[in-house]
Design a protein around this ligand. Structure first.
Ligand code: ADP
Ligand SMILES: Nc1ccn([C@@H]2O[C@H](COP(=O)(O)O)[C@@H](O)[C@H]2O)c(=O)n1
Length: 202
């Protein structure tokens, strides 16, 4: 089994890079876990109260459950991954039952910042894109896919995303074995990571 952690600031392209890496790998050999699925359950709060939460601070993530799930997969056990709604800003009732596979990819802004989680990774990758590029991508994505308006995205960026990035995400780059520059689509780096995975699998 090979467990890979992929971090990087919001909008750097983590999800996209993961999709590109696994595109040519056998589907029955890879599981992808997104840190976003492990946002704390906030169903006890009103929608208004939820919208005030700092979703870029490590305390907003249920790391205990995420770490327990990665350990379970390592022990060849099946897990039930929570489903998170960005529109409702809380966990939904359903879960996704997921069996262990040969390659486990864990991606999210803070996955290299948590020491207990980090030590479970055989390979640690940080995806880098400049902050202006990330903000532009995030604006477009959040307005299209996550039900946010321009004002909300910019307010969150200034009050939570940017300060938390400087405090927790950017410093976690030092733990990476590999940094992928992703201001532009980086097919060479993606191919290299895929080759490394295939080599480790045989
Ligand atoms: N190298 C790139 N160049 C231009 N746009 C990109 C690039 N990588 C990702 N994107 C786009 O930016 C947005 C955010 O990418 P995503 O992979 O969701 O980032 P993350 O998971 O790191 O938040 C998406 O709309 C995606 O299509
Ligand atoms: N209800 C929420 C929860 C999280 N976010 C933002 O998501 C970002 C992390 O996800 P990426 O796919 O962009 O890595 C993080 O920066 C949170 O601010 C949100 O907007 N709403």
């Amino acid at each position: 089994m090979l467990i890979i952690g992929i971090a990087g600031g919001t909008g750097c392209g983590k999800t996209t890079v993961v999709k590109q890496i696994i595109e040519e790998l056998p589907k029955n050999e890879v599981v992808v876990i997104s840190q976003d699925s492990y946002y704390n359950d906030l169903s006890h709060l009103t929608k208004e109260e939820r919208s005030l939460v700092n979703f870029d601070h490590p305390n907003s993530i249920d790391f205990e459950l995420l770490i327990a799930h990665v350990n379970a997969l390592r022990n060849h056990e099946t897990i039930d991954i929570p489903v998170y709604s960005f529109v409702e800003e809380t966990r939904l009732a359903e879960t996704i039952t997921t069996a262990p596979k040969k390659v486990i990819i864990v991606e999210g802004i803070l996955v290299l910042g948590n020491p207990e989680l980090r030590k479970l990774f055989d390979m640690k990758i940080y995806v880098h894109a400049d902050s202006d590029e990330r903000l532009i991508r995030r604006l477009k994505r959040d307005m299209k896919e996550r039900g946010h308006d321009l004002e909300k995205v910019l307010h969150r960026y200034q009050t939570a995303v940017k300060p938390m990035h400087s405090q927790f995400i950017e410093p976690s780059k030092e733990f990476a074995d590999l940094i992928i520059p992703n201001n532009h689509y980086n097919t060479v780096a993606v191919d290299m990571v895929r080759t490394l995975i295939i080599e480790k699998l045989v």
